[in-house]
Design a protein. Structure first.
Ligand code: AHM
Ligand code: MG
Length: 340
């Protein structure tokens, strides 16, 4: 019988790989693993429980409809991490400001966590995959004090770990601590994440492009030209168009099969729709660890110095050669004014 490695075993075995060992990061990942299972339980019965389904009647700070499960996932993640005294603060897409834990042991925590507790929330009530995205940084301020804004506004190059949980046809946790990317699938019969996708690598080339083409008229000229390039009948093209509308699910598919996901600037969202800290940086870290690329169309996502918690940037992410090709089009047509 082949030996199955559980996430718990993997974390212990790889503890020495972590940049600042001592078991802190392991405990933190264990808290995320627990929160993921709790959120997964609720996501899986979303169709059954009226109470959890549907709009909560509140909106998040970006003014979008907030679903009840978003609130639930946010609370579960915060509680699991608060209980772990390794974390001194959390930044969440669902909270306007960062949360600085200000009592007891937590002010000695050396890490901060940024998260999108439930991404793709417009897909909750139609049984389409959704996800949780997280990233972990070392705090900049002194342990023993209350976390400050500077702890949260760190560039992706300073990340120590990031990952996502995808609640799909199966539930997976994919993460990296800067030594490659590994994927674990939840075996629901025993409630354990098992290593199913060791050392994930994204193909250098792919034949999938993922973009909301409904916004076509609002795209920059470079993106329009790149889409036309994807559709040409030449060499291995036309490529296949696949767009779920759940970033984690689109990203996960492209990571495995090869492809590019693009959310560019649009007339409605001149800086793009996706959030640098909660969505773009963690996935950029994972894609680079898997051998791919992520940019805002020009600059590496991980090199961007963040200015605000809820900052948005365009995102071009996926197979190295596809992202580079899209960037070439962006550079070539950069002087053409967007024409909405
Ligand atoms: P959310 O965090 O509010 O769920 O929004 C992010 C989602 C991504 O998961 C997805 O890729 C994108 O928004 C879809 O946006 P659009 O409907 O504009 O294509
Ligand atoms: Mg999101």
């Amino acid at each position: 019988m082949t030996k199955v490695t559980t996430l718990g075993e993997f974390i212990v075995e790889r503890q020495a790989d972590f940049p600042f060992a001592k078991g802190e990061l392991s405990r933190l990942l264990s808290a995320i693993r627990l929160a993921a299972k709790v959120v997964n339980r609720e996501v899986n019965k979303a169709g059954l429980v009226d109470d959890i389904m549907g709009a909560a009647g509140s909106e998040n700070i970006q003014g979008e409809d907030q679903q009840k499960l978003d609130v639930y996932a946010n609370i579960q993640m915060i509680n699991a991490l608060r209980a772990q005294q390794e974390v001194c603060g959390i930044g969440s897409e669902e909270n306007e400001d960062f949360i600085a834990f200000d009592q007891g042991q937590s002010i000695w925590g050396k890490y901060i966590v940024m998260m999108d507790p439930l991404d793709g929330s417009s897909n909750i009530d139609v049984n389409v995959s959704i996800g949780t995205i997280f990233s972990i940084y070392r705090r900049k301020s002194k342990p023993g004090s209350v976390a400050e804004l500077q702890d949260f506004l760190q560039p992706g190059d300073d990340l120590v770990a990031a990952g996502y949980i995808i609640y799909g046809s199966s539930t997976m946790l994919v993460f990296s601590t800067g030594k490659g990317v590994n994927g674990f699938t939840l075996d629901p019969s025993i409630g354990v994440f098992c290593l199913s996708h060791p050392e994930m690598c994204i193909p250098e080339d792919g034949n999938i492009y993922s973009i909301n083409e409904g916004n076509y008229k609002q795209f920059p000229e470079g993106v329009k030209k790149y889409i036309k390039y994807c559709q040409e009948e030449e060499d291995d093209r036309p490529y296949t168009s696949r767009y779920i509308g759940s970033l984690v699910a689109d990203f996960h598919r492209n990571l495995i099969k090869g492809g590019v996901y693009i959310y560019p600037s649009t007339g409605k969202n001149p800086k793009g729709k996706l959030r640098l800290m909660y969505e773009n940086i963690p996935l950029a870290f994972l894609v680079e660890q898997a051998g791919g690329c992520a940019s805002d169309g020009k600059n590496r996502i991980l090199g961007i110095e963040p200015e605000e918690l809820h900052q948005r940037t365009p995102l071009f992410i996926g197979s190295k050669n596809m992202v580079k090709k899209a960037e070439e089009f962006m550079a070539e047509y950069s002087s053409v004014e967007a024409n909405y």
